[in-house]
Design a protein around this ligand. Sequence first.
Ligand code: ITT
Length: 201
Amino acid sequence: MSKPMFVVATSNAGKLREFQAILGDAFVLRGLAEFDPVVFPDEGEDYEANAIAKARTAADALRLPAIADDSGLEVDGLGGAPGPLSARYGGPGLDDRGRLLHLLEALSGMRGSARRARFVCVAAWASPGGSVRVERGECEGCILTAPRGDSGFGYDPVFEVEGLGRAMAELLEEEKNRISHRGRALAALRASLTQPVETRS
Ligand code: ITT
């Protein structure tokens, strides 16, 4: 039987790579670069609404099933910020490195539980016919005082994974995908999408 096909509705190359690694054995995944440009709505402060909006926008525009995620880093000492605004943290002029340095600066002087943090990912699937599935994954850890490692993307070099004593950017790609927020959300989405319709509650 041929594999089901989805468009991955993200412009983040790091995310696209992880979607491929996590779901590529079961699904054919096509990036947005293969299609005419899709215009996505501005994102708000709700992971689930943002993830559904990305998947729904791509599914409607391309008339193909689409998956997307909305993700972010929640830091206890910042009251859960930057959260769903993680991609824009520190203002529009910053790249991934600039954002993580901005985070270290914001946390300078904070110790212990103030540096506790979690990555959150809400993954959504939408079909052109109007169906939607949503799953969430989280990964606990704390914010380091200096970047470590060079794999992954985004805030990975400043996030130490709980119980591992290593930064997310010090893990092999397959190690990250086994325990990460995205790995967990996409594993749940895979289970939901491969479950026969009749037995779904
Ligand atoms: P798309 O909306 O096009 O998918 P984006 O990068 O804007 O791309 P988000 O709005 O979901 O995506 O922002 C998530 C941000 O959170 C992302 O830019 C990273 O800075 C951070 N982030 C999410 N997952 C991460 C991960 O696995 N490792 C490190 N940082 C991550």
